[in-house]
Design a protein around this ligand. Structure first.
Ligand code: S3P
Length: 428
């Protein structure tokens, strides 16, 4: 599907973005392996989270309201999942794959997992290696690095102390989830803090979990209890609209009910450092997660350096931050972000190519990019999405300030995380 976006200023209104992707995945996962029912409100009906729900249905879990904002997961307890009679298809979803590997490694049955062509090219050894150290058995191309991967099952897992070389919530979560079935305590330490929704939700579901700086420990064998999860708006989706309001003239948006977990707060910090006109209103807490409304207005942005420990706190927002950087005074440097090369597509390569296509000069780095601000976005071209939702949406936001409309090819991928993105933009 092609999406044509015309230049537009004066974005005004009060909006709500769709539910948080990370929290939606985890609510279904923990609900499925907990005892009793889990009620989920505000579930993200994007394709990635639907892949998680479908996988658990294939493993024998009853879920009411799949594809709707309200869902009920009938938990089967730690020992209640059943062998699927077919291959599990995780679509485009890295989170589903990596977290499920942790759960599947601990089951006493056999599973084969696969996904779309993007997912089949993404590295999975980062989870299968530590899970194998715990006693899990995997087979797959490149030493169980690439999907399709077979999880042999039938192994009793042992708790390990794992020092991760990447700050990845998916790696941390896979190990912690496997730790629920392991003998003794499982410990993960990461080099800098990645999103901590798994830790928060495990605690909320009654697990024995302890966070000590960059180290997290979970005790095996303790049953989880089903709970009610109200999913806040996704800050990663809100980021597109925050940047849209800041770079267009005469704009003022109130984005309601956005999750503001400190481990996802990087985009707020970066935009504040860039002189973005942004206020947090009505700060509160929803099932262990901080939430607020965001008031965002047109801004005179200035350049900044985005690097180090800030990177994992805004990893998914870097493509749209690159759009903000084109309008900021001075040179913005994004570095230490090599992880972007193994996302749904190589996001450094994709953003460099698409920015150049719309007329922006950008310097590619192995671990990021450098963008001089105050550049015109010429537009009048067709951009590629690389079947990556965040690339497609970033270029749609660039189109708002272009001289001529931009068409985004393959824009259906936006349904992966933000199904009503185009309608919401139109409504503004
Ligand atoms: C996610 C973690 C991040 C992020 C992804 C969602 C999660 O990946 O990019 O969109 O829900 O755990 P990494 O943890 O691999 O950096």
């Amino acid at each position: 599907m092609d999406l044509k976006v015309e230049p537009k200023s004066n974005l005004k209104g009060e909006i709500k973005v769709s539910g948080d992707k990370s929290i939606s995945h985890r609510a279904v996962m923990l609900g499925a392996i907990a005892e009793g029912k889990t009620h989920i409100e505000g579930f993200l009906t994007g394709e990635d989270c639907l892949s998680t729900a479908k996988a658990f249905q294939d493993l024998g879990v009853k879920i009411e309201g799949v594809g709707e904002e309200k869902m009920v997961v009938h938990g089967r307890g730690l020992n209640g999942l059943e062998e699927a009679d077919n291959v599990l298809d995780f679509g485009n979803s890295g989170t589903t794959t990596r977290l499920m590997m942790g759960i599947l490694a601990a089951q006493d049955f056999y599973t084969v997992a696969t996904g779309d062509s993007s997912l089949r090219g993404r590295p999975m050894a980062r989870v299968t290696e530590p899970l194998a150290q715990m006693g899990g058995s995997f087979e797959g191309r490149d030493n169980a690095n690439l999907l399709p991967i077979t999880v042999l099952g039938g192994n009793k897992l042992e708790g390990i102390k794992y020092e991760s070389s990447v700050a990845s919530a998916q790696v941390k979560s896979a190990i912690l989830l496997a730790g629920l079935w392991a003998n003794g305590v499982t410990e993960v330490r990461e080099p800098s803090k990645s999103r901590d929704h798994t830790e928060r939700m495990l605690e909320y579901f009654g697990a024995e979990i302890e966070v000590d700086g960059l180290t997290v420990r979970v005790k095996g064998g303790k049953p989880l209890k089903g709970n009610k999860v109200v999913v806040p708006g996704d800050i990663s989706s809100a980021a597109f609209l925050m940047v849209a309001a800041m770079i267009t003239d005469g704009s003022e948006l109130l984005i309601k009910n956005v999750g503001l977990n400190p481990s996802r707060y990087g985009i707020i910090k970066a935009l504040q450092k860039m002189n973005g006109n942004l206020e947090l209103l009505n700060e509160r807490e929803l099932n262990g997660e901080p939430v607020a409304d965001l008031l965002v207005k047109s801004s005179q942005l200035k350049a900044t350096v985005i690097d180090g420990d800030l990177i994992p706190l805004l990893i998914d927002e870097i493509p749209v931050l690159a759009i903000a950087a084109t309008q900021a005074q001075g040179k913005t440097i994004i570095k230490d972000a090599k992880e972007l090369r193994v996302k749904e597509t190589d996001r450094i390569d994709a953003m460099v190519k698409e920015l150049r296509r719309v007329g922006v000069e950008v310097k590619e780095r192995e671990d990021g990019m450098e963008i001089l601000g105050g550049q015109k976005i010429v537009g009048g071209v067709t951009c590629q999405s690389y079947h990556d939702h965040r690339i497609a949406m970033s270029m749609a936001i660039a189109a708002l300030i272009a001289e001529k409309p931009i068409v985004i090819e393959g824009a259906e991928c936006i349904n992966i995380s933000f199904p009503n993105f185009a309608d919401l933009l139109k409504s503004l």
